[in-house]
Design a protein around this ligand. Structure first.
Ligand code: 5GP
Ligand code: ZN
Length: 118
């Protein structure tokens, strides 16, 4: 999509602070963070919203979910639970459509973490 900001980031036309990339997914820090750690996991494929995803996207969506805790851990906001004591953790969020507060119409998952309060 020519006029999509996240397609431009995925193709390297616009710079971003990269966290991760592979053939299907890219992750980068949000330009306007809402938490000490705030990054976005974005498929390279231009899927406008979660509501536009189809059965053939199941594996891709699963990879996004599995990547969130891995990258959160690498960035210092992973969740741990040992001997009944839990710490850390993060919020993962996909906004969909106007009432969902979506601003960029290229599917992405927010991952936000860091010590509270934010
Ligand atoms: P949405 O409201 O669509 O779920 O979230 C879009 C997010 O993308 C916002 O948190 C916003 O700060 C972030 N964002 C918008 N444009 C850019 C950009 O050019 N670069 C980066 N890194 N983040 C962006
Ligand atoms: Zn796009």
């Amino acid at each position: 999509m020519d006029n999509c900001i996240f397609c431009k980031i995925a193709s390297g036309k616009i710079p971003a602070k990269l966290v991760y990339e592979d053939q299907e997914l890219i992750a980068f820090h949000d330009i306007n963070p809402s938490a000490p750690v705030h990054f976005l996991i974005v498929p390279r494929e231009h899927i406008p919203t979660l509501a536009d995803s189809r059965d053939n996207h199941a594996e891709l969506l699963g990879k996004m979910m599995l990547l969130a805790p891995k990258l959160a851990t690498e960035l210092g906001c992973g969740y741990t639970s040992e001997a009944g004591k839990s710490s850390g953790g993060f919020k993962s969020l996909i906004n969909t459509g106007p009432d969902g507060g979506q601003e960029v119409y290229h599917l992405h998952m927010h991952v936000m973490g860091g010590s509270r309060p934010w």
